[in-house]
Design a protein around this ligand. Sequence first.
Ligand code: NAD
Length: 463
Amino acid sequence: MSSTATDVKNAAAQGGTDWDPIFDEIGLPKDPTNIYTQTVATMLRAAEIINLKHRCRIILAQPKNEIMVHFPVRMDDGHHRLFKGYRVQHNNACGPYKGGLRFHKDVHLDDVKSLAFLMTMKCALVQIPFGGGKGGVNCTPRDLSASELERVSRRFTAAIANDIGPDYDIPAPDVGTTPQVMAWIADTYSALSGRSGPDDPFAVVTGKPVAVGGSLGREKATGQGVVDVLREMLPDFDIPIEDMRVSLIGFGNVGSWAARILADLGANVIAVMDHTGALRNDEGLDVYALADYTAQNGSIAGFEKRTGTGSKTTKHSGNGADVITEDEFWSTPVDVFIPAALEGMLNEERAKQIHCRVVAEAANAPTTPDADKVLQQRGIEVIPDMLCNAGGVTVSYFEWVQNRSNVTWDVEQVDRELNRIMCMAARRTILARQKYDTDMRTAANIAALEHLGDVYQHRGIWP
Ligand code: NAD
């Protein structure tokens, strides 16, 4: 039985799960706790509102390819360990598959499928010529030596080398992977492909160190994009960035850059939590010093005990920090809360606890559907991941363009183009929200689906 567009819109507004008949048609389990199911349900609700063609819905509801590999790696003590790796290629109607590689102990297929799906939608929303993919390896990089991490990266590349390529599928960094990991992947792929010159095999990955073809501005790009979107949207919510109070969960690449750029604009980052604990300073944490500390120590743990002066770059020079509990972190009053860690961390219980006006989803899928419902009921605006963190893939696209055309852009050009693309995507989302009178997540899905529907309409399905 098909639900009406109004029913679906109401269900979406309430964060409810309406079981679209497509779940039965393509054999997807109706498990509301499954992250891939949740992702597809959100897309189908938006598809119903705009009456997207059935063929597009079924194509998007499953990835095109799901690749799983097992590969042995020699560890430093001489024994061999078997690792499991994934690459999911969700859709390439708009261009080559594109998406990060995650090295984390909890990586599993549904997670990777969900993140690959999100990449398809994200690229469609910002309208760059890429499709969606994602991958990862079950491992804990912190527990590996540098040489073990290099061997894991190179062996994984060898295992999927026939399934990636500069014109076909272009991985990038994600949680647990770095520009150095990208350099090892590019070098391994290059050696295996035996190519060089205009067909630059290093374009197989983005997020590389600048010395081997990375783009200026890529390292901070996701955080910069978060801030570009906030600057575009916060005036609508009457929140000035100057002196705005912010808290963040996750202080890795995305979180620490968003924090630093916001501090440069005069915002106060009041509280930060990572996997080791939480810190607070009501005057604003010295996020430059915290980023330096985290880069050297691997986490924020112990920052409050450090000696020495604060950073010279922010107004918070020399400020200290107090260790707080997880509960204290979640209940710290702020204007904007930025989840920048892993999926599902903002759950129903935490959504009832947080004190903020806006949630800016810098991480992928940080908010569970139940939490989304609570936030809507509490009138807290959510700027969805597919818009908020699209800066990373956008500058990855710039890197790929530079590699393919043998040019380099200066950081001003990168930042300018990034800002243009992020602002246009934010406007597209706001327009869809106004047109369909819906929440921002559904609006972003609608804007992405309208583009994908248009692409399929023009391309057709052949043979
Ligand atoms: P990262 O590995 O650099 O940082 C992850 C952060 O999350 C760390 O500070 C870690 O301590 C924290 N964390 C992990 N487990 C935690 C826990 N249980 N509680 C609290 N904090 C925890 O990763 P990143 O590249 O900054 O990515 C963060 C998020 O942003 C991910 O969802 C990723 O998919 C998304 N994202 C990243 C990029 C990018 O360019 N790196 C682009 C788009 C989206």
